[in-house]
Design a protein around this ligand. Structure first.
Ligand code: SF4
Length: 107
């Protein structure tokens, strides 16, 4: 089970250069975002469409299947994207603020 820094510790959302509102910066890099898209496809979510700020308001994005599915996945065993398991799962980094790596942290 993961301990989501986004919902529990206020990890900031991330607006990417291609105008997608992503749940956090960990999901922004090419590899991590590709995994997130694949995770969504496996569940019937259109991640690229759902997170597109040129098509939707922030409120609409937060109520999209992708966003809601991600939040719901936090309560299920091994149901979240691999990035969430790595960044917020058992054995992930610790920090003084509980969210970003730029705070003092120990590996
Ligand atoms: S990696 Fe996943 S669980 Fe962790 S802060 Fe980002 S969206 Fe939330």
């Amino acid at each position: 089970m993961i301990t989501p820094r986004c919902t529990l510790n206020g990890m900031p959302m991330f607006l990417s250069a291609d105008k997608k509102l992503k749940p956090c910066c960990f999901l922004n890099t090419s590899r991590e975002y590709a995994e997130f898209i694949t995770w969504g496809k496996q569940r019937g979510y259109n991640v690229e469409f759902d997170l597109d700020t040129t098509l939707h308001s922030i409120n609409e994005i937060h109520n999209s299947p992708t966003w809601k599915g991600l939040i719901e996945s936090f309560n299920m065993q091994s149901a979240s994207p691999k990035t969430c398991e790595r960044a917020c799962g058992p054995g992930s980094y610790t920090s003084t603020t509980g969210n970003a790596k730029h705070s003092t942290f120990e590996e």
